[in-house]
Write a protein that binds this ligand. Structure first.
Ligand code: CUA
Length: 308
């Protein structure tokens, strides 16, 4: 999983990367020139007769050069800004991302009406296709930032934002919330999974399906515990009675790579720790500490991990 602004995988991050390197080398050149001039003037011993005139010429030349350099940097910067905000395709795949304290709710909007796809903290996109992100927040300001892919974009309550990106290299790219939004701001990460178009379509179709029905005894027991317990107060599992919208949709939870918004890898052991005492892992999160009977834990884990 990559998380590096200087390793761009799409045109937006590529332009930002180019701008960064132009600024870096221009500033390096200016720094070197100033250092040499300073060194030269310190080394000189005597004053010469024509010093005053050459001083005026030197200062005037440096001023003009400074203005030219600043104008060039301004032009490059504005053209980068225009380039990364231009709208590439009005029919692009549109994904709505809702920033919440402290996780990301993800809705796929189909160009053709289809089953609703809701997931959390993991955004799959097709490689080489422009993607439109509609960014919404209903609580506080968050900021969506996947450095390999694009710059930051804020999610502001009452002010929906839109951004575009494209990923040209298949892979998994980490993103984070880049605006302090409360005690668990640092545990508000997400993953962008870029895959070939065909694979993405299959994923999207699968995510639109209702949850897999429990098969084993343990899974059935876990399902019953889930829909009769406190879990249904906040979570949804499409295809069951669980339909609350306050917390991540768990319909295909078992297919996700992480739990608690990128805080822990999605393994049975970590999930057990999270279910039993979420407040230990992520203090302040809305997931309460459960008073589960020890015999309930294994079935719940079996059921949740089966939700591929
Ligand atoms: Cu959300 Cu910081």
């Amino acid at each position: 999983v990559s998380f590096l602004a200087l390793s761009p995988v799409g045109p937006q991050a590529g332009r930002i990367n180019n701008l960064w390197w132009i600024l870096f080398w221009v500033c390096m050149a200016v720094f070197t020139a100033v250092s040499l001039a300073l060194f030269y003037s310190l080394m000189r011993r005597e004053r010469r007769a024509d010093d005053d005139r050459s001083l005026v010429r030197g200062v005037a030349g440096a001023s003009i050069l400074t203005t030219v350099i600043l104008l060039v940097l301004l032009t490059v910067s504005v053209s980068t800004g225009n380039g990364i905000h231009s709208v590439p395709d009005p029919n692009a795949l549109t994904i709505q991302v809702i920033g919440r304290q402290w996780w990301w709710e993800v809705h796929y909007r189909h160009p053709v009406p289809g089953p609703e796809v809701v997931t959390a903290n993991e955004i799959h996109v097709p490689v080489g296709k422009p993607v439109q992100l509609d960014l919404v927040s209903n609580d506080v300001i968050h900021s969506f930032w996947a450095p390999n892919i694009h710059g930051k974009k804020d999610l502001i309550p009452g002010h929906p934002n839109t951004t575009w990106f494209q990923v040209d290299r298949p892979g998994e790219y980490r993103g984070v919330c880049a605006e302090f939004c409360g005690v668990q701001h640092a545990h508000m990460a997400f993953l962008i999974v870029a895959e070939p178009e065909e694979k993405f379509r299959q994923w999207l179709e699968w995510q639109g399906k209702p949850a897999i029905a429990p098969v084993t005894e343990d899974q059935k027991k876990g399902h019953d515990l889930f829909v009769s317990g406190p879990c249904v107060m906040c979570h949804s599992i499409r295809g069951t009675e669980a339909g609350a919208q306050a917390a991540p949709d768990l319909t295909h939870f078992g297919s996700r790579r992480s739990i608690a918004a990128g805080t822990l890898p999605n393994t049975k052991g970590h999930l057990a720790g999270w279910i039993v005492d979420a407040q230990q892992v992520k203090p302040g999160a809305n997931m309460p500490t459960m008073n589960l009977a020890p015999s309930a834990i294994e079935p719940l884990l079996a059921y949740l991990e089966s939700l591929r």
